[in-house]
Ligand binder design. Structure first.
Ligand code: NAP
Length: 354
């Protein structure tokens, strides 16, 4: 006996030969073809899908196509075949978009954070979630917060306002050695920021979930540790990831513990800040001012009170932007590691949320 098949268009013809019998089956069924296609995916070239909102996908597509010439790199919504995609590169992708890729193995954030994935996508248990860890991000973040700190302690904002009315009015300033900085979040970025601020001569206190030892920084952890950090801080810098545990952490109860006329710098996520609490604390002069780079709604809505507030400086989520050239090396390593069955870089704990 032997069995053979051939296909033409969507039709499959099976020829089953036995000495006493010849049967021909004609199926108009796409199901059989789809089954065969799925089983072939493992050997076929896997493709990468770029799924972005609020970020230009072209520089990523160009870089990946140049560095991975044999790989199909597609930009959502121009996906030819959702079934062959095993690797998705994401930034604020449409809600539940990833469920359309039945063979997805890796979801790669193009930023340091993964809240934009965990809060908007349903990931199956076997998905590997990875993020970008890059020295460029830490260095850029340090420079951003340093600019904010120096502008605040040397009172540049006040002089900016005075200049509008041609007011020549010196005001007291602070020196680095007299300023205590609290850093919430001592991860890859926060620990770099804390130790470099400490090296410049600031007194730095840092806070994380688990105990840490970081150069030039006194480290605290847990709830009691948060109190210790807040109670002696002149400038609070938030570099936490956004999780259920850290949401709304910049609230009136916590911010009222800071030193009088403290300054807030939020480069974590908008969801960390209770916006009305900040407005109340600025009004009642508990806080001196704030520099905000991240917001609950981005772009910041036109009618949002933060835009016009004299004591609030806003920047459009630019504190530390992923460098496509260096970060693409991580993506490429992860893509290759997936193909070769090796461990991926910067894998995120989905249970912890960061
Ligand atoms: P990371 O390496 O994952 O570090 C996160 C830090 O937060 C860790 O120290 C962690 O403590 C601490 N943490 C998490 N949950 C906590 C909790 N419940 N209580 C106390 N500490 C907690 O992250 P990263 O790479 O440094 O990035 C941090 C965040 O910066 C990102 O998630 C993103 O939101 C933000 N970011 C913003 C920009 C921008 O342009 N504005 C750019 C890049 C990143 P353990 O060390 O004990 O685990």
């Amino acid at each position: 006996m032997f069995l053979m098949w051939f296909k033409r268009n969507e039709y499959i013809t099976l020829v089953l030969y036995e000495p006493y019998m010849l049967l021909i089956f004609l199926y108009g069924s796409k199901k059989i073809l789809n089954f065969m296609k799925r089983t072939k995916i493992k050997q076929a070239c896997m493709s990468i899908a770029i799924c972005f909102n609020n970020k230009d996908p072209k520089p990523w597509a160009e870089t990946l196509r140049k560095k991975l010439p044999d790989v199909e790199v597609e930009i959502y919504p121009d996906i030819k075949d959702y079934e062959t995609t095993t690797f998705a590169l994401c930034w604020k992708a449409d809600r539940d978009l990833l469920t359309r890729f039945p063979n997805l193995k890796v979801v790669q954030s193009v930023g340091a954070s993964v809240d934009h994935i965990l809060n908007y996508q349903t990931l199956s248990e076997d998905i590997i979630l990875s993020r970008i860890v890059d020295d460029n991000l830490s260095a850029d973040m340090f420079e951003f917060v340093l600019a904010g700190i120096m502008s605040h302690i040397k009172r540049f904002d006040n002089y900016g306002l005075y200049a509008k009315d041609q007011q020549w009015q010196p005001i007291p300033y602070k020196s680095i050695k007299d300023v205590t900085i609290g850093v919430l979040g001592l991860g890859k970025i926060g620990s770099y920021v804390a130790s470099n601020l400490g090296a410049l001569g600031f007194t730095v206190k840092g806070w994380s979930r688990t105990p840490k030892e970081i150069e030039n920084t006194t480290c605290y952890f847990g709830e009691a540790g948060l109190r210790d950090v807040l109670q002696s801080t002149d400038i609070l810098i938030n570099i936490l990831p956004y999780t259920k545990q850290t949401e709304d952490i910049l609230n009136a109860k916590n911010l009222k513990q800071l030193n009088p006329e403290a300054y807030l710098i939020n480069v974590g996520r908008g969801e960390h800040l209770v916006e009305n609490d900040l407005l109340d604390l600025l009004e009642s002069k508990y806080l001196f001012g704030a520099l905000l780079d991240v917001f609950r709604t981005e772009p910041l809505p036109m009618d949002h009170p933060f835009w016009q507030h004299e004591k609030i400086k806003t920047t459009p989520h630019i504190a530390a932007i992923t460098n496509v050239d260096s970060a693409s090396e991580i993506v490429i390593s992860n893509y290759r590691n997936l193909q070769e069955g090796k461990k991926l870089l910067n894998v995120v704990s989905i249970a912890d949320g960061y």
